[in-house]
Design a protein around this ligand. Structure first.
Ligand SMILES: [Fe+2]
Ligand SMILES: [Fe+2]
Length: 319
């Protein structure tokens, strides 16, 4: 929190937080804007696409999560961190969340009529599972008063970044893996790459706070965390059923959700909760990006060639 007697300037000359500089540089290296992706090339395929309704709902749900991360998540956590470099990193992440939220609108505007778009945004307000997860996560963001509640908010943020997005990410990736709606999926891949960085970074900062708690408190917080995850997991299962059962994909999406729940826990330095399962190779194919249309000379494309930071783990930035 700011000391209102003496104002301190952020000094990047020497590290005050281990890895803050690495996370900052990684985010700036992978900076992108939605207008760099030619989504309009999907229009022809979209016109004859059978399951437009599922696609629109998935994007609507993702928009809600990125709106919360922009307006509440990164702001609230940043506000309560002590380290000025960590605050700056989260503020930068927050700006990317705003770009993500806008990107879905870019896809909507390119593919759908105004009326269709309005209907989806109304549906988001009425969908029980979406509202449930928005409420559960936002409650944690809004109740930060001390280190313990700050850790809970960061735990919630990592769940959102590394776990709760994936019931939505699945579909564009699954379609792209089959050569459908590839340009829109490229936007999703760029978002996913940022969310992966955010999950790792906030997870790392959260682990540093967690280490300062006595063992008894750590045990209590872990228990809270697993229960919180389980509650959100059950909600994700219902959401997945509602969205995907008609097109026969619910079982595959559920596996992908569990896989990413384990990833979120790993980002927080906690043991996994679910058994390993094979993920639909079509989805993994959609992530690995032979389908790239993005043409950059740098590492900004969605090729996931993100620099590795050995200080965390060998595979940290291999999203
Ligand atoms: Fe985001
Ligand atoms: Fe994020």
């Amino acid at each position: 929190m700011f000391n209102l007697n003496t104002f301190e300037a952020v000094n990047w000359n020497r590290p005050t937080s281990e890895l803050a500089d690495v996370f900052w540089k990684q985010q700036t290296k992978q900076y992108w804007l939605e207008t760099e992706v030619p989504v309009s090339k999907d229009i022809l395929k979209w016109k004859s696409f059978e399951h437009q309704d599922v696609y629109k709902k998935v994007l609507g749900g993702l928009t809600l999560l990125d709106t919360i991360q922009t307006n509440i998540g990164m702001n609230e956590i940043s506000k309560h961190l002590d380290d000025l470099q960590e605050k700056a990193v989260l503020t930068l992440f927050g700006a990317m969340e705003a770009i993500h939220a806008r990107s879905y609108s870019y896809i909507f505007t390119t593919l759908c009529s105004n009326q269709e778009i309005d209907e989806v945004f109304e549906w988001v307000k009425e969908n029980k599972q979406l509202q449930f997860k928005a409420k559960k996560i936002s409650e944690q963001y809004k109740s930060i008063t001390d280190k313990e509640s700050l850790w809970k908010a960061m735990f919630s943020s990592v769940l959102l970044e590394s776990f709760l997005f994936y019931s939505g990410f699945f579909y564009p990736l699954y379609l792209a893996g089959q050569g459908l709606m590839k340009n829109s999926a490229e936007v999703i891949s760029l978002i996913l790459r940022d969310e992966a960085l955010h999950g790792v970074s906030v997870g790392y900062f959260a682990q540093n706070i967690f280490k300062t708690f006595p063992e008894e408190k750590q045990t209590e917080l872990k228990l809270w965390g697993y229960q919180f995850l389980l509650e959100l997991y059950e909600n994700e299962m219902k959401y997945t059923e509602e969205i995907y059962s008609d097109i026969g994909l619910a079982a595959e999406v559920k596996k992908y959700v569990r896989y990413n729940a384990n990833k979120a826990l790993a980002n927080l330095g906690l043991d996994k909760m679910f058994d390993d399962e094979a993920i639909d190779p079509i989805v993994m194919n959609g992530i690995r990006t032979d389908s790239v249309t993005h043409d950059f000379f740098s590492q900004k494309g969605n090729s996931y060639t993100i620099a590795k930071v050995k200080a965390i783990t060998d595979n940290t930035f291999k999203f």
